[in-house]
Design a protein around this ligand. Structure first.
Ligand SMILES: Cc1ncc(C[n+]2csc(CCOP(=O)(O)OP(=O)(O)O)c2C)c(N)n1
Length: 682
């Protein structure tokens, strides 16, 4: 592999290389760099006049970005850029007006319609996937997109980039690992300008970026991103080869940051005038200008005319965008969820066979049926492949029945969900497993910031329909790290649906619906219920679907309501039976089945009839879903209440390992009985 060192002081190209780049390419490069320059200059004026609140100049990076755009195929290849890539957008042919609509957050901005920050470009036509502002989260979805490309038998390339600072993020390493393990065509482009805001690269790492990637068995190359000819001639064959072999490549481009990190930063506070002067000597635009003139490809007069024409074009686009109003706030909630959610109607379940199935069997069968129905469903997770078929056996037999579609993932939860996210963007339907809810947190960044926001932040241009199945809950003596209830943490994130079945029939109907929804679904499976006799049911047939947002009355009653889900249903049933036997009380139990959407109408309907309500869940009371539901009841059914809305859940503790301690922390049927008795006294 050829390695090119930076040439900070070299101003003239070696003549041997000059002939390798067509003059036309040099002119194209120069024009695009000029567009970028005038866009950046115009943006600075918008910042000064308070019309743009986030500007991250691409000056110094522009040659690398434009060169790569010239070597890739706009409209065919896929782009997962970061926030400093205006020049890439210019290179790909994004209309100037669209760039300014995004920078000014104006109505009709096709990037996000004012929702995402400026500098975060998105275009379905150009296959530019809307980025977030999080450093490094774009890498895993890019790997997922490359998986989709390979699965479709295409030879598109997936470009993903960041600065060198972002390569300290764990997800970056995970992405290198997955890309190399499966050998998928991801072009990793690290734009090394030496600084992450004010932090120099030497503070980030003791290793070279390309060496680290080589440790993952990646092919790597370093280029001077401020010099075109070497870069172009080095990268061209590598990218052509990549398209044929469909293997990953990492390019570390040494660039300069000519401006402050962003409009909120002042680099004079941490870079000396000397250093800045040396940086300016490497200005890629000045170098190309000089080169074109020296090579006789541009006269001084042509240069002046070209600059004038491009400046006028940029100004006109800026003014056109600036004349637009701000986006209509009436649409701010559009695109959080799909407007094309399939209408799923619940009907009486026709059952198959006469032997009840467990909840885990029902999930397994539901998955199997959906995989038969939809060839785009793919699965991965830790240990989910046969012969083990998951630590709880939920996916047993699926690898064998659907070869190539179900497999083990690396032991890395951010990878599991982040790669699924990318493959979903690429048109597949990943249904992935997180082994324990307690270990979902490495994936939290993806689930909270990436997956949930994609449709919304791209104004509906991109979507990510996927399912994350997670085993949760306690009462199994699994201790603090195998027992957690995580629903409240995730319910606080718009963009997700959350299902939480309590029995085999619902589990089958809900997992099948989850596989058909157009949005991301978090599917919570209580491991303590997987094989309980009392959660068994005659298996509904393959047409049975449970709609999301429709609670089920587990037990009708008149005197008091329990609103619950998951394991709470069974503690409530025990208490209800006892209270009926002992004091003839009639307890209604509402099993929510999905927490997002929340079927508040069924809850309010029950409370209006019984006038007393206990919200019961396994998670701690403080900050739990119960607080939300209780508040809604107080708000919307206050005049029907004859008693305060009560909550019962775990103590505000972790779930301890010893059986007696676990029992002391998690809610018990005795506690539910006592809470209901208390309510019945009002
Ligand atoms: C996860 C995360 N942590 C912190 C930040 C704040 N932040 C934004 S940019 C940045 C520096 C990134 O530097 P680098 O990756 O080298 O890219 P550059 O801006 O230099 O092009 C930081 C710390 C963020 N956006 N996301």
């Amino acid at each position: 592999m050829r390695e090119i060192a930076a040439h900070p002081d070299k101003k003239v190209l070696p003549s041997s290389l000059r002939s390798q780049v067509p003059a036309e390419a040099l002119r194209t490069l120069y024009e695009r760099m000029l567009y970028t320059y005038y866009i950046e200059e115009r943006t600075k004026l918008f910042v000064k006049s308070n019309k743009c609140s986030f500007h991250a100049s691409s000056r110094g990076h522009e040659k690398l970005q434009i060169a790569i755009a010239m070597l890739l195929q706009p409209g065919r290849d896929w782009f997962f850029p970061y926030y400093r890539e205006k020049a890439l957008m210019v290179g790909l042919g994004m209309p100037l007006r669209d760039i300014f609509l995004g920078m000014l957050s104006r109505d009709g901005d096709p990037n996000s319609n004012g929702r995402n920050m400026s500098e975060h470009f998105s275009s379905r036509d150009l296959r530019v996937v809307a980025p977030t502002a999080c450093t490094g989260t774009q890498y895993l979805p890019a790997v997922g997109m490359a998986k989709a490309v390979v699965a479709d038998g295409r030879n598109d390339i997936v470009y993903v980039s960041s600065g060198e600072g972002a390569t300290s993020e764990g997800e970056y390493f995970e992405a290198l690992n997955w890309a190399s393990r499966e050998s998928v065509p991801v072009l990793f482009v690290v734009q090394n300008n030496g600084y992450a805001i004010s932090v120099p690269q030497s503070t980030q790492t003791g290793a070279r970026i390309s060496e680290v990637a080589r440790g993952f068995h990646m092919r790597t190359v370093e280029v001077d991103g401020t010099r075109f000819t070497e870069m172009y001639t080095t990268l061209k064959p590598l990218i052509e080869q990549m398209r044929k072999t469909r293997t990953p490549l990492l390019v570390e481009g040494h660039v300069v940051r000519l401006e402050s990190h962003s409009s909120s930063d002042d680099q004079l506070k941490y870079r000396s005038e000397d250093e800045l002067e040396r940086t300016r000597e490497r200005d890629p635009l000045r170098h190309t200008e000089l080169q074109l003139v020296q090579m006789g490809l541009l006269t001084e007069q042509e240069k002046d005319e070209l600059q004038e024409r491009i400046r006028a074009e940029v100004d006109a686009a800026a003014e056109e965008a600036d004349a637009r109003p701000f986006p209509d706030a009436a649409h701010v909630l559009d695109d959080i969820y799909s407007s094309e959610t399939p209408a799923i109607e619940e009907r009486e379940a026709r059952t198959m066979g006469d032997k009840p199935v467990t909840m885990v069997e029902a999930i397994n069968h539901g998955l199997r049926e959906e995989m038969e129905r939809n060839a785009k469903i793919v699965m991965w997770g830790e240990d989910i492949a046969d012969p083990k078929g998951g630590v709880f056996g939920a996916t047993r037999g699926l690898t064998e029945q659907f070869p190539g579609r179900v497999g083990n993932a690396p032991l890395a939860e951010a990878s599991i969900v982040g790669v699924a996210h990318g493959m979903a963007i690429g048109g597949y339907k990943p249904v992935v497993e997180i082994q324990f809810g307690d270990y979902s947190f490495p994936g939290y960044m993806q689930m909270r910031n990436e997956i949930s926001t994609l449709r919304w932040r791209s104004a509906g241009a991109w979507s990510t329909p996927m399912v994350v199945r997670v085993a949760v809950g306690g009462y199994i003596r699994g201790g603090p790290f195998h027992s957690q209830s995580i629903e409240a943490l995730y319910a606080h994130t718009p963009g997700w649906y959350i299902a939480y079945p309590s029995n085999a029939a619902d589990a089958k109907g809900l997992i099948k619906s989850a596989c058909r929804l157009d949005d991301p679904v978090l599917f919570l499976e209580h491991k303590g219920l997987y094989r309980q006799v009392y959660t068994k049911a005659l298996e509904p047939d393959s047409d049975y679907l449970v709609p999301f947002g429709r609670a089920r009355i587990e037990r009708p009653g008149n005197d008091v309501t329990v609103v619950t889900w998951g394991s709470g249903v069974y503690r409530a049933l025990q208490a209800a039976t006892r209270l009926e036997d002992e004091q003839g009380a009639s307890v209604e139990i509402v099993d929510l089945r999905t927490l997002l959407p929340l079927d508040i109408e069924s809850v309010l309907g029950s409370v209006r009839r019984t006038s007393k309500v206990l919200v019961l869940h396994e998670a701690q009371v403080f900050g739990g879903m119960g607080g939300e539901i209780a508040a809604r009841i107080a708000d919307e059914a206050f005049e029907y209440l004859d008693a305060p809305v009560k909550r019962l859940g775990a103590l505000d503790s972790f779930v301890p390992f010893a059986g007696n301690l676990e029992s002391a922390v998690l809610p018990s049927a005795d506690q539910v009985t006592a809470a209901l008795q208390n309510l019945l006294r009002y």
